[in-house]
Write a protein of this length. Structure first.
Length: 64
């Protein structure tokens, strides 16, 4: 989805759930498959376990 032109300005950072516990703690992530969206350097929403493409597109649009 991040290859779609409308999302070209977004950056994705992947965190390994098994080896990066410090990062998970920093962002209070307790469940795998958690996505956070930031705007202006602040977290504005999070989604857990979302797999529906349309829902993820709407989720990402919040960062624009």
């Amino acid at each position: 989805l991040l290859q779609m032109p409308e999302f070209s300005a977004l950056k994705m950072i992947e965190v390994d759930f098994d080896s990066q516990a410090d990062v998970l703690a920093q962002f209070r992530v307790q469940t795998q498959a958690t996505m956070l969206v930031f705007k202006g350097g602040k977290e504005i929403d999070r989604a857990v376990g979302t797999t529906d493409r349309v829902a993820i597109v709407e989720f990402l649009k919040q960062a624009l």
